[in-house]
Design a protein around this ligand. Sequence first.
Ligand SMILES: [Zn+2]
Length: 110
Amino acid sequence: MLETEKQTLEDELASHGRVQSETGDWQGASQGFEGQESDPNDVADQIEELATNVPLVEELEDRHVDVTEALEKMEEGVYGICEACNEPIPLERLKANPAARTCIQHADEV
Ligand SMILES: [Zn+2]
């Protein structure tokens, strides 16, 4: 389930942004924004696309980090443990949000 979500997020990131080769961070981008002669309407479209993609990619990247951390925890055998109180996170919560790092009581604390 998490693996699938991670793959989906990576696909989404790839279609809305590009990886910065130096840092490995994702950055919002529009397709074909660079290296092309284009008329002003195209440029306006691309700027609009960029304005949409930049926050979108940031959100996707946050989510990607959460999912990646959840997968690492699974490997370490500490998946599904609240980071605030070390109690097991209820299964219902994990079903709703597989990347949850805390129980419901501590949802706002981490
Ligand atoms: Zn807790």
